[in-house]
Design a protein around this ligand. Sequence first.
Ligand SMILES: N[C@@H](CCC(=O)N[C@@H](CS)C(=O)NCC(=O)O)C(=O)O
Length: 231
Amino acid sequence: MKLKLYGAMLSPFVRKVRIMLALKKVDYDIDIKVSPLGVPEGYEKIHPLKKIPALAIDDGDRELALADSSAIAGFLEKLQPSPSFYPTNPLDYGQALWLEEYGDTFIAQNCTFGIFGNVFFSWARGETYDPEKVKMAFQRMEEVIAYIEPILGDRDWLVGEGMSIADIGVISHFFNVEHAGYRLTEADSPSLYALKKRIEEHPEIAPLLAEERIVIQKLKFESPDLTTLRH
Ligand SMILES: N[C@@H](CCC(=O)N[C@@H](CS)C(=O)NCC(=O)O)C(=O)O
């Protein structure tokens, strides 16, 4: 089976998929040139919305292009069930799907697009970011923390006993906040901070984040200090 992932490494949705591929030890090629800043001619045949990630699959008999990180994640789970990212208990399963969706929508909207998107893409366009928009996004981040913190409580993972798609789908966006210039602290949210640390220190995940930091260094993007916009 040949797999080719399309998408720049700084995307939280590409990160979700790369984490699953790494933990499930599935081999793949990656085209990191496809990004929100530009997609190659014909990319709409792979992803009709021209977004990232997309996954081209060739199993010898059939070729298929999958769009959307959640669809790709579901495919990877069936392809390589171990380790599993989807709880078996129906309630846990439902909650994991919801939290992934919450990550893909509200958290993405504010943490990734509102904070990282504003700062990074303004920089990429040679413009300065709008601090008011970033400030507002930080306020929305507070809502995320207020919702997630009690779900997590003093447990290691959001749902069930191990890392699930919920943990990856939620935390992925906080790495974008960090790339933008704000690192979540224990004071912000003790349980979310601990979850992020657990994920970033995971031996299979740490190298992926190191690769992302190299991308940022190569781009010569210097993240501003966003601390003053946080409160
Ligand atoms: N729900 C989608 C979201 C994908 C998405 O919004 N990706 C962004 C990059 S982080 C993108 O490609 N944006 C370009 C665009 O919207 O044209 C998924 O989970 O794959």
